[in-house]
Design a protein around this ligand. Structure first.
Ligand SMILES: *Cc1c(COP(=O)(O)O)cnc(C)c1O
Length: 394
């Protein structure tokens, strides 16, 4: 079918929730995707920080095909091998002791919020459900996670949300001190804010948040849905300063494109999820967990994590060079391969110009170009994008 015909049909029958580029993507390999007309694009957004091993990585494709011919789903009434192996891998590679699997980032955060409430309920404090989250945060689109999302434009039209969520500026420890009390059940944050504009907290902030939570007995929840699985140069972003939370949520890159979420927690907290307390039909099916296991092993054992870290440094230096030549760039920030280039004006024209030249890049918060290519990206691809930006930036 012709690209234009597909677009017209989509406009006729699809929910109108997405504003899409006029491109139909049909195939991908590594850092390249092709449209229905056979045109190639170098992918610098990777399904929004999802396809970290690149598109159709052979190890993941092989795991999916093998598992699809073996066992796809049986429900969590039974044990399955890939699910247990993935949980073991996550526990071995993080602070966490136990893992709950679900199907998306929002669901992982829902599980985290429910677990935090249940933890205090079980301790005889059912009224302790106040949660402090951050301005500009993004935790998902369900009503529960919307309640924790500190962006008015995302909440607008869906009131009322859950009670007793407060918001403070990200990186401002004094504001957090003023808001957290003995009533607070959890502080919830992204170690680096993704959708909010690739915002990094000042050094030492996370350690102060951890100390504050410990002082009042509140739980610390890290949403690592975007920053996890090597995106920022370490396996999890909390590892940069070695300040671990009590609960961590994962999704996006966990299975390189198959839908999966995970809520990881310390033993004492995880114990509040007693049998029957929480569940989901598809959570951690053999198919998605086999894909995730292949993804995780390739990431760590296959040298992809190191490549991502090295390319992140290379890319950031190149972007800083660009900044010295283009006054429209007011900031270059981020870590690893989660990078933000803030402009003094709307970024949409730049994104469109890049698309014209065969590059997929993304713009968030109107003015911030977000660059999150697969972690297997090479120098030549980065050089090519930087040359493209050099041409299209005013
Ligand atoms: C994408 C994202 C979510 C939501 O994940 P979904 O799978 O879209 O529900 C939550 N938190 C962060 C930090 C994200 O980047």
């Amino acid at each position: 079918m012709e690209q234009q015909t597909i677009i017209e049909q989509a406009e006729a029958v699809m929910a109108t929730t997405y504003k899409r580029f006029p491109v139909v993507l049909t195939r991908g390999e590594g850092c390249t995707v092709w449209d229905a007309q056979g045109r190639a694009y170098t992918d610098f957004i990777a399904g929004i920080a999802v396809c970290s091993l690149g598109h159709c990585h052979p190890a993941v494709t092989e795991a999916i095909c093998r598992q699809a011919g073996t066992l796809c789903h049986v429900s969590n009434l039974y044990y399955t091998v890939p699910q247990v192996e993935l949980a073991r891998w996550l526990v071995d590679h993080s602070f966490a002791d136990r893992v709950f699997f679900c199907n998306s980032g929002a669901e992982a955060n829902e599980a985290a919020i429910k677990l935090a409430r249940k933890y205090f309920f079980d301790r005889g404090q059912p009224e302790r459900y106040h949660i402090v989250a951050m301005n500009q945060s993004f935790h998902g689109r369900t009503l529960g996670t919307l309640s924790a999302t500190g962006q008015e434009k995302i909440r607008k039209g869906f009131a009322p949300v859950l009670e007793r969520f407060d918001f403070v500026p990200f990186g401002d420890i004094e504001a957090l001190r003023r808001t957290v009390s003995e009533d607070t059940c959890a502080v919830m944050l992204e170690p680096i804010q993704g959708e909010g504009g690739v915002n990094c907290p000042p050094p030492g902030y996370l350690a102060e948040v951890r100390a504050l939570c410990d002082r009042v007995g509140a739980l610390l929840i890290y949403d690592e849905i975007q920053t996890g699985m090597g995106r920022t140069g370490t396996l999890f972003a909390y590892m940069h300063e070695d300040i671990a939370p009590d609960i961590m949520t994962l999704a996006k890159a966990l299975a390189n494109g198959l839908p999966i979420g995970a809520m990881c927690a310390r033993e004492a907290v995880a114990a509040a999820f007693t049998p029957g307390a929480h569940a989901t039909t598809f959570g951690g099916t053999p198919l998605v967990t086999a894909a995730a296991l292949a993804t995780a092993r390739t990431l760590v054992d296959g040298g992809v994590l190191e490549n991502g870290r090295a390319m992140g440094d290379y890319f950031k230096t190149a972007l800083e060079g660009l900044r010295s030549r283009h006054g429209v760039i007011v900031d270059v920030r981020g870590r690893g391969l989660l990078l933000g280039v803030e402009l003094d004006r709307e970024g949409a024209p730049v994104v469109n110009a890049c698309l014209e030249k065969g590059f997929l890049v993304n713009c968030i918060q109107d003015k911030v170009l977000r660059l999150a290519p697969p972690l297997v990206v090479g120098r030549e691809q980065i050089d090519a994008l930087v040359a493209c930006l050099d041409q299209v930036l005013p």
